[in-house]
Ligand binder design. Structure first.
Ligand code: HEC
Ligand code: HEC
Ligand code: HEC
Length: 127
């Protein structure tokens, strides 16, 4: 038996329920970004701030794969061409030395728990 109408109605209900959390939140200022401690001796990140906010997880994954599997250790800023070493501790956390007041603070506010620090060394806040 095949009832196109029922299937489509079923799908519509499913999509509505499934996306409920998204449209329900529109207009609700449910999340306030915590105050982040920015590096004092640097003005810019390895890429634009907005891009970093959205893409840093993917960037780190690429850095890991390229550095470890392909032995390719240098990263070039897409706009300025400035060169960085592909390293979590030696690059990201060299500038963002106050990991607890930057990475952690943001992640905790969003319940994201990267497992990187099981192995990678994290600086202990203020030097
Ligand atoms: C040369 C120093 C430097 C390095 C290296 C660096 N950052 Fe940044 N990062 C900054 C600065 C400075 C800002 C804030 C820029 C601004 O005020 O717009 C920033 C901003 C960010 C932001 C956005 C914060 C926000 O306000 O939403 C994220 C996320 C971030 N960095 C993650 C990383 C990660 C992950 C790495 C390594 C892949 C990294 N940074 C490497 C200096 C650095
Ligand atoms: C402005 C807020 C913000 C800041 C600052 C920030 N992160 Fe994140 N980070 C996020 C969000 C949001 C996610 C989850 C994204 C997702 O699930 O798609 C995330 C995810 C990650 C992940 C992937 C975790 C996973 O389990 O998928 C890594 C790795 C990571 N961040 C590293 C860092 C490091 C290192 C820093 C500091 C240098 C940092 N982040 C700073 C917001 C931030
Ligand atoms: C089980 C242990 C372990 C975990 C967990 C882990 N790593 Fe690594 N990672 C390593 C080892 C080992 C290397 C190789 C170190 C070297 O050759 O210098 C490495 C290298 C890297 C590199 C390139 C070299 C460098 O100095 O940073 C990046 C980038 C990286 N990891 C990112 C991450 C991120 C991001 C996470 C979390 C999402 C993570 N790693 C979780 C063990 C781990």
């Amino acid at each position: 038996m095949y009832d196109g109408g029922k299937i489509i109605a079923g799908l519509a209900v499913f999509v509505l329920l499934f996306t409920f959390p998204f449209w329900y939140n529109i207009g609700n200022a449910a999340y306030t970004k915590p105050k982040l401690e920015l590096p004092k001796d640097a003005k810019e990140c390895v890429e634009k701030t907005e891009w970093m906010r959205a893409e840093h997880m993917q960037l780190l994954n690429e850095w890991r794969d390229e550095a470890i599997r392909e032995g390719h250790h240098t990263y070039k800023n897409m706009v300025t061409g400035k060169v960085y070493k592909k390293s979590l501790t030696k690059t990201c956390l060299k500038c963002h030395a106050q990991k607890d007041k930057f990475c952690d603070r943001c992640h905790e506010s969003l319940s994201v728990h990267p497992y990187c620090w099981d192995c990678h060394v994290a600086p202990k806040g203020d030097k």
